[in-house]
Design a binder for this molecule. Structure first.
Ligand code: FEC
Length: 310
């Protein structure tokens, strides 16, 4: 007999519903401070160049949540898990997801964020909001802290690296694999934050499994906040490697799991153009989106936390 349902709050970044919604979304990211007209125009133009009327992260998050539900249904045995979405900067917000669980009578829930490495400024922020809201509704709540070395994740990404390298001459023997992740304000270094180490550990594990010898890590997508962010940025790295005579690069984003603005614009348009101008051929691995092995990594991480909660 199935036991009482356990909620799974699947947390993702969120994206605007339409170009008209970009200002409200950007204001939410900036903790209620509206962007200047220039900042808004810049961001709207970036979305314009990728979306063509569709915001890919919206659909990808829907597909990921449905696929995780399916995977949990297959693996859960006597337990019954019900997935809810909780987005950081768009509807349904994290708080809406928890409220929906409470309305359905759920008293026990697990949170998981659709990014594998932990930083107090990224995953920590999602977890704090979810935990606080769950407490208000009397829901016992625990989150998956990170899954950056889960074997299914590493295998899924290493397969994509191998596939990406095959696009180049000599199966990519001369190609540099450039692992990348979203930068954060450099002040995290003073907080003993695990983010950088976890990103390097994910990168090293993928390189090892894929048999890649030539690889490097770089940051991308730093914000314009007037504070220093972690570097070097991908554009600086491309400049440096062009001076070293490298002419082919496979970008492998390890902190992102979906096709969205930071991949489709920052890598596929901005970095791609910058690399071409320097005579570098830049390709990117396919993002995981709802890849079954990625779903297996998420489901297994949820089940581990569930056993801890029992
Ligand atoms: O496709 C989409 O619509 C959304 C793409 C998107 C993802 C994403 C992931 C992360 N962010 C992280 C940190 C920050 C910090 C700030 C910040 C600002 C932005 C802006 C946009 C944006 N982020 Fe984002 N991020 C995405 C989009 N992000 C748009 C605002 C304009 C800009 O800078 O481009 C700075 C906030 C501030 O002003 O104080 C910090 C981190 C991740 C990866 C982890 C995760 O997915 O949660 C870290 C996807």
């Amino acid at each position: 007999m199935k036991r009482k349902s356990i909620g799974v709050l699947v947390m993702s970044y969120g994206t605007p519903e339409s170009l008209e919604g970009v200002e409200a979304y950007y204001t939410h990211i900036r903790r209620g401070n509206p962007p200047s007209a220039e900042q808004l125009e810049d961001l709207t133009n970036r979305y314009r160049s990728i979306v063509g009327g569709v915001f890919p992260l919206r659909e990808n998050t829907n597909r990921q949540v449905a696929a995780l539900q399916h995977t949990l249904d297959e693996l859960a045995g006597e337990d019954s898990f019900v997935c809810y979405q909780g987005l950081k900067h768009a509807f349904p917000y994290i708080e809406d997801g928890i409220a929906a669980m409470a309305a359905a009578g759920i008293t026990k829930a697990i949170g998981i964020v659709l990014t594998p490495q932990y930083s107090v400024m990224s995953v920590g922020g999602y977890m704090k909001r979810a935990q606080e809201e769950a407490a208000k509704h009397g829901i016992a709540f625990k989150s998956v802290q990170e899954y950056h070395l889960h074997p299914e994740l590493i295998e899924a990404l290493s397969e994509r690296v191998k596939e990406g390298l095959h696009k180049f001459d000599k199966q990519g023997a001369d190609t540099l694999v450039l692992f990348s992740a979203h930068s954060l304000p450099a002040k995290i270094l003073e907080m003993n934050d695990p983010y950088s180490d976890q990103l390097l550990a994910t990168s090293a594990a993928i390189a090892n499994l894929a048999g890649v010898k030539k690889w490097q890590f770089t940051w991308q997508s730093a914000g314009q906040t007037g504070q220093p962010w972690l570097g070097p940025d991908i554009l600086e790295t491309l400049e440096q490697i062009s001076e070293e005579g490298i002419t082919s690069v496979l970008v492998t984003p390890v902190g992102f799991v979906s096709d969205h603005l930071e991949v489709l614009y920052d890598i596929d348009i901005e970095a791609h153009e910058y690399a071409s101008e320097r005579g570098i051929r830049l390709e990117r691995i396919r993002m995981l989106n709802d890849d079954p092995q990625y779903m297996a990594a998420l489901a297994d991480s949820v089940l581990i936390v569930h056993r801890e909660l029992e």
